[in-house]
Design a protein around this ligand. Structure first.
Ligand SMILES: Nc1ncnc2c1ncn2[C@@H]1O[C@H](COP(=O)(O)OP(=O)(O)OP(=O)(O)O)[C@@H](O)[C@H]1O
Length: 730
């Protein structure tokens, strides 16, 4: 299709593009499910034998060859038990390598059909345990073949309303949330494909980590983002101090921002003189008050209300001018002429720009942070010490600035790019004209696109609007996710928030703005909250938006961290809050966690390398550079994850055999082996430090050790020494 090139009529070309697009996404889906395409078989009393796989396939006679795992008939594969067999007599897990079956694993659910042989060879858990023991690749895998019943309930829960999934580390919250996205898109394709699904994760490394799961489940129209990336055009690269993050995440900031906007709509005390050749006009207090009131009453955002303000003021000035040049009574036409002349006068333009400037959220916020005077006024509700925390001259954006930019954008409204570019106020008129022309043009294109679709019978496959965009040359490959990413006011069909305990109240406002239907999945663990602005309870977070209308599911089984490691982590959890309960691990690793002197770190990393798999060294933020250098010197290829580094850096860390990072960047990830450096410094580095330590200790799937110079706290003191390291190091 593509090789045919751009020839023929407009209609031919659009047909070709439509088909090419359709085939390309079909191909992408087929490639993505290649590994483990068919993984299960159900022997069903009524339906006969069904094969379950990553997508549905039929043969030329429309006979079902493979059932999509998300289809209702596939549900017994995950839910049937001997007590409630759901019509299934046998469930079989298939393990494949390429296209060859290398193992099978049966659950017989109809006990009457069990033979003695069956009894001897069956082990229903084998598939799950085999999956869990596999070595980590640095990327998350899908778990369609081994989804557990409590997870299946979450995945297939109703689309509407807010579902909270609370679960300890390693209980599969992330992987379940991703499968839920795939399930919802499959079941509610029509509603969700157009609006898209947004998945928010804690950091860029994490997004890299999960990125591959969704396409391999057969879905490509999902946007993965962090809160720091939510505001188009701004990239958060700096890390905020905990106390500043807590303040910027506080709801009191809504009033600070609102006041900062109002403060820029100025009414100076003294009248403003405008020398205009023969006459001098004066902008006085009453004119200004009237113009400002009109603009405020228009209830438009700042940048749009500016037009009302400007028009009112120019009218008043035009009348004044008419009086001054001796024209007594003037009619509307005269007034309009005078007004338009005034509009282009440089002194008038300059005055209007001072009185009611066009503002971008970036300019507003930097202007606020950069001026003690502005802060004192706009943030008068904060204490002087708090105001001092907000002071900053320029500098890079942080994750906690992004929700504030979003808040400001809501109050300021858009400025059209044309206005941004134009230096003159007349751009307002030009803009309106251009908008009308553009609107007419777009209408014509839409009508044409509809005709094409009807003629070619393709209307089911492609919306007219998308086709019209394509004809306008707005990127043939813009998926829903890409269009949504570029549009701050995009309303998603469903929003999934992972590690949701980390979001500040201000971040929740930004998220809720993107999900007016409140169809959401909120996934997290209150016990792991590390951010000073993060959540202490789900009710505190959600009640302001959906009081009494959210439901909660709990995941209780830890599939990542072996029993021996979890026992240590649980002791730390008890220091966070004795009432919190750690999840139950399903397997034993056989390796006891150890402790060793900090000086032995480099040698220990080398020793771990010998064991194989992915290794992480999780360190206190203050020691990242120093310890990172030590490890890098000892192990070529080791990567240090700098806070705020981009997605590419995250990928590099995941692919490296050894990665050194702070807790914030380890959130949500897992490794075969983890070494935690100076655990008590991690626990002391912020008010939520003990939760951070709990997160660090629960990242390993096989082996865990701590290295330290400072004395260990009670929770870790009993750890045995490393078998090969003398107590005083190498
Ligand atoms: N049903 C399952 N079958 C196979 N593997 C599973 C299953 N459920 C979870 N896992 C595995 O357990 C590990 C932990 O899952 P996941 O990262 O989703 O947990 P989490 O609850 O988000 O953890 P955390 O809160 O610590 O970030 C992953 O490797 C995941 O693939």
């Amino acid at each position: 299709m593509l090789a045919a090139g751009a020839v023929g009529t407009m209609q031919n070309r659009s047909e070709r593009d439509t088909f090419a697009d359709m085939y390309a996404s079909r191909l992408a889906r087929l490639w993505a499910v290649e590994r483990g395409l068919a993984f299960g078989r159900l022997d069903h009393l009524d339906e006969g034998r069904l094969y379950i796989g990553k997508l549905g396939l039929t043969d030329d006679d429309q006979r079902r060859l493979l059932i999509d795992w998300r289809a209702p008939v596939a549900q017994p594969f995950y839910r049937a038990t001997p007590a409630a067999p759901m019509g299934v007599t046998r469930r079989r897990h298939l393990q494949t390598k390429g296209r060859t079956v290398v193992g099978v694993d049966d659950d017989l659910l109809d006990l009457d059909s069990l033979t003695d042989d069956d009894r001897a060879t069956l082990n229903g858990e084998a598939a799950l345990l085999a999956a869990l023991d596999e070595r980590r690749t640095g990327r998350m895998r899908d778990i369609v073949a081994t989804i557990q019943a409590e997870q299946d309930r979450v995945i297939r829960s109703d689309l509407n309303g807010v579902l909270v999934v609370q679960g300890g580390p390693g209980t599969g919250k992330t992987v379940v949330a991703l499968h839920r996205a795939a399930y919802l898109l499959y079941t509610h394709r029509e509603r969700l494909e157009r609006r898209g699904v947004l998945i928010l994760g804690p950091n860029l490394t994490f997004l890299r980590y999960i990125e591959q799961v969704l396409p391999s489940l057969g879905e490509t129209d999902v946007l993965l983002s962090t809160v720091g990336e939510l505001y188009p055009g701004v990239t958060a690269t700096a890390r905020e101090r905990p106390e500043v993050a807590a303040l910027k995440g506080d709801l009191r900031m809504t009033e600070v921002i609102a006041k900062a906007v109002r403060d820029r709509q100025r009414v100076p005390r003294k009248p403003i003189e405008l020398p205009l050749g023969r006459v001098t006009l004066t902008i006085d207090r009453s004119m200004l008050d009237a113009a400002r009131n009109k603009a405020t009453r228009s209830r438009r955002p700042h940048n749009q209300a500016r037009a009302v303000f400007v028009r009112s003021l120019l009218n008043a000035l035009a009348r004044q001018q008419a009086r001054k040049i001796g024209k007594g009574l003037i009619d509307e036409d005269d007034l309009a002429d005078l007004r338009e002349d005034l509009r282009t006068e440089p002194v008038v333009k300059a005055a209007l720009n001072r009185l009611w400037p066009y503002l971008t959220p970036q300019r507003l916020l930097l202007g606020l942070y950069g001026s003690k005077e502005r802060l004192d006024h706009a943030a008068s509700a904060l204490t002087p010490a708090e105001r001092a925390l907000l002071r900053r001259d320029g500098g890079a954006w942080t994750d906690s600035d992004v929700p504030l930019l979003d808040e400001a954008a809501d109050l300021l409204g858009d400025i059209d790019e044309q206005v941004l570019r134009a230096t003159a106020l007349q751009a307002e008129e030009e803009l309106a004209a251009a908008r009308q022309a553009e609107e007419r043009e777009r209408e014509a294109e839409l009508a044409y696109a509809r005709e094409v679709l009807e003629l070619t019978g393709l209307s089911d496959l492609m919306e007219a609007e998308r086709l019209a965009d394509r004809q306008r040359g707005e990127g043939p490959h813009l998926t829903t996710a890409e269009r949504a990413a570029a549009d701050r006011s995009w309303a998603y069909g469903h929003v999934i928030v992972d590690e949701a305990q980390e979001l500040s109240p201000m971040a929740w406002r930004a998220v809720m703005r993107r999900c007016p239907t409140r169809s959401m999945t909120v996934v997290g663990d209150i016990a792991q909250t590390g951010s000073a602005a993060g959540a202490r309870s789900w009710a505190q977070v959600l009640d302001p938006y959906v009081a009494g209308r959210w439901r909660q599911e709990r995941l209780t089984v830890n599939y990542r961290t072996p029993v021996e490691l979890m026992a240590v982590a649980a002791r730390v959890l008890a220091t966070v809050d004795p009432a919190l309960q750690a999840p139950t691990s399903v397997r034993e690793a056989g390796a006891e966690p150890w402790s060793a002197p900090l000086a032995a770190l480099a040698e220990l990393v080398k020793a771990e390398l010998g064991e194989g798999g992915k290794i992480a060294v999780v360190v206190p933020d203050a020691l990242l550079t120093g310890l990172g250098e030590q490890v890098r010197a000892a192990v070529p290829g080791a990567v240090v994850v700098a806070p705020g580094s981009g997605r590419a850096a995250g990928a590099e860390a995941l692919d490296a055999p050894v990665a050194v990072m702070g807790v914030a960047d380890a959130k949500g990830l897992e490794f075969d082996s983890v070494i935690v450096a100076e655990p008590d410094l991690i626990a002391a580095q912020s008010p939520r430090g003990p939760s951070d330590l709990y997160v660090a200790l629960t990242r390993a799937t096989q082996r865990l050790g701590v290295v330290h110079e400072r004395p260990l706290s009670d929770a870790l003191r009993g750890l045995p020494g490393h078998p090969t390291v003398p107590a005083n190091g190498f």
